[in-house]
Design a protein around this ligand. Sequence first.
Ligand code: NAI
Length: 337
Amino acid sequence: MPTPVTLIPGDGIGPSIADATVRILAAAGADITWDRQVAGMAGVARWNDPIPDATLDSIKQTRIALKGPLETPVGEGFRSINVALRKTFDLYANVRPARTIIPGRFDKIDLVLIRENTEGLYIGNEHYIRIGDDPKAAAESIALITRHGSERIVRYAFEYALAHGRQKVTLVHKANILKFSQGLFLDVGRLVAREYEGRVAFEERIIDAMAMHLVLKPEQFDVIVTTNLFGDILSDEISGLVGGLGLAPGANIGTTAAIFEAVHGTAPDLTGKNVANPGALILAACMMLEHLGDRARAERIRAALEGTIRDGASRTRDLGGTASTDEFTDAVIARLA
Ligand code: NAI
């Protein structure tokens, strides 16, 4: 039985890199039926909604989506795409792997950042404080950390480590200063870590030191788990360590669905030119195959992609080559044969 997957090609370069990804999965023999849906500006054009109910309904059915980059429409009245997806599917874990493909400053980076995606400073609970005549004399934001949210994200990190044969989880925090909120995250993390003793190693790092160690010696890290704001910043830092946006995939894992995507945006400067690098979405599709239990096929596609990039003859422009999106895709498919 083919697996149904919701495909949201997206805006800008999205349709072109989504086509490349679909071609590569077909060439690798992945048994998937794609339910094509729209969101972003394509959703506004068709349903006057950047995240139409038809798209949400499809994901509710398939519980798996592959999503291209989306342009958020400017102006009042439109639902926020990310908020709607996060709330509908309780997407609590953002997973961002980073692996060296083109050896450069670092040859052996192979790490995964797992960011808590629903709590912390990003819950959007903030307000101004009036002092005297100044209604905006101060502003206050609340960083909400719960035992439940902390436990499930740290547990997800350990289970991910076990499922992917990884050795170590590094918990990143700032409990030395934020003794309550970050302290709770650290306390819960330590308790969860104890359950995995002997199976997965555990270490703790303070966020500022972590930012430095990631730049000095990223090879030492394996699985990293942290709260929302720190994860947001570190995930872009690690993309930069392995060659930037064109090769950065991500997954949003929820209790009722999982959504896989390229980390980059719609690249308006490249749209319609057949020059975008489809690598990030292809790698996101590999994460999706792993999630579906099809690990061997994911490894085959990843090896073909990495081989094509290392070989150098068919690199896209962002990686210093001259290949078009189609030429790069053909080269990956040729390696799959
Ligand atoms: P962007 O990621 O689209 O572009 C930044 C730079 O990276 C550009 O120079 C672009 O040409 C390059 N780039 C991005 N993807 C590439 C690829 N696959 N191959 C080669 N080069 C690539 O970020 P920007 O310009 O800030 O945002 C453009 C639009 O994308 C905005 O409307 C923004 O809201 C949206 N966006 C959507 C995201 C999503 O849906 N996940 C994430 C980030 C931005």
